[in-house]
Design a protein around this ligand. Sequence first.
Ligand code: F6R
Length: 615
Amino acid sequence: MCGIMGYVGTRQALPILLDGLRRLEYRGYDSAGVAVLENGTVEVRKSAGKLSVLEGVVAREPLAGRIGIGHTRWATHGKPTDTNAHPHGDCTGRHVVIHNGIIENFLVLRERLQAEGHKFRSDTDTEVLAHLIEAEITKMPADLKDRLAAAVRAAVAQARGAYAIVVLSADQPDRIVAVRMISPLIVGIGDGEMLLASDIPALLPHTRDVLVISDGEMAIIEPGRVRITDLDGRPLARSPERITWDAAMAEKGGYPHFMLKEIGEQPRALHETIMGRLDELHRVELDGVRYPEGFVERLDKVWVVACGTAYHAGLVGRWTIEHLARVPVEPELASELRYRSPLIEGTTLAIAVSQSGETADTLAAAREARAHGSRLLAVTNVVGSTLAREADDVLFIRAGPEIAVASTKAYSTMLVALQMLAVDLGLRRGVLAPARAAELLAGLRHLPVLAQDVLSRSGPVEALAERLAGLEHAFFIGRGLDYAVAMEGSLKLKEISYLHSEALAAGELKHGTLALVTRDTPVFALVTQRAVYEKTIANIQEVRARGAEVIAIAYDDDREIAKHAETVLRIPPVDDLLAPVLAIVPLQLFAYYVAVRRGHDIDQPRNLAKSVTVE
Ligand code: F6R
């Protein structure tokens, strides 16, 4: 998730661009850059690192001009380096592009453009756009009034993916052209000036009148004028809206807390995780994962190492990989692995799962596994993180920056990453029937829509939280994958609402913990695993017999469950292997609403840090 900023008007562009980028800082970034048009020349300054590094660069080499674009990068393709920072130029340096999102077919486009003689400087997917625009604009008649817009349209017609792009060109130095395809883009309407940003907070110091660009739309901004067209160039009539939020709310996209915003971002995050990785022929293509010849066939054990929520994702990974790829998987808490003289060898694969890629225990466990000769595969969110740099293979979850301490969208995207990995391993090992793989991949593709559906059902979850906000203890039970989800649901509740909660394998209850179950201990029962449905119902009856209130998480088509639970939180039916991605959502929402009722600091719960870099 990158930050985008553009300005055209009567004031100096640079300070406005830098201020806007600063206000987009919460989106997280690893490099930044600006381009300003000055006397018919596009001047670029960019650098890896924080915005302050770029500020140092422009202090040494200033830029003057009344039109410019700026970018903070959250890397998805190519390491965070000076060269990979945006803006990216074409061969002539006359056209520059900034971009948020992913161009799925960039490799094919790049090869074609290179064959046509274009010279590439960076490893990014973005740079292809600059060269495509260069190629297209030379085909346009010189007297065509909107030749930049026409060239950008011709360029994006060749690109596949989810993105927002902003283009500045010396060919038409009075305007900025931008296109939105899924990634956010907003025009700010000023007095004799126009702005562009990927989020509203960057615009608020200048204007409260905005035009939110929709998917498949182009914006052409000039001083005092904005035009919106579709991708065929047809003008679209749009009226601005007035923003009434304050800056703090705007930063959270109008949500009161980052956690709720991030829960709500899950459909998009899931989409990004999957995008470009499942092809039409139902194959999985995991960029960044390149096992050596024969490795998968010889593979005799997989370790999954992680902490906290990432470990819970790893538990789902264990189940799924064992089931689909028929190889033993041992999930281990990273802080424990090092001290148990693990049996790790060259025929093992260690999967380290970590949102930040900087968790000290996970890094130590990953290094330990590697030192024993294991191949190391990282599942992480942060390109350029220590874990990503040290691993042999990296599968990025592409969740975008996660700011709330309580992890939500990183968890669900880790699940999907591990599910894709499991299908891929199963196919490569020849133990997963292609028809079954196709079924699962179709299911994975559909998950973002289903997750949106689950989010739309937040009303009953909020009402339940309202009623149970004063509770002291809670239990979460489930079998198989439901048990793994129960652990994550319980952790979410603990960490932000500070009440005692415990997750148990449903069948284990009667071996001790049942003694604690009373009418004051609500039990959340996950019942999505059809193969053990009756067994879980029997466990529900055990707790009900002790007076506990049961809240079930079950499929829409489960007609039985209402007889066994006081409350049922429903999710759309899916393949049982994929259910965790949906079943966690009501539990995240429940934890959130309970903590809000209890008046806690949602985004920064007491005693906890987002990234635990000490052992
Ligand atoms: C809980 C939570 C933590 C992290 C854990 C690992 O909501 O966020 O339990 O999951 O500290 O962090 P990463 O994934 O960055 O290694």
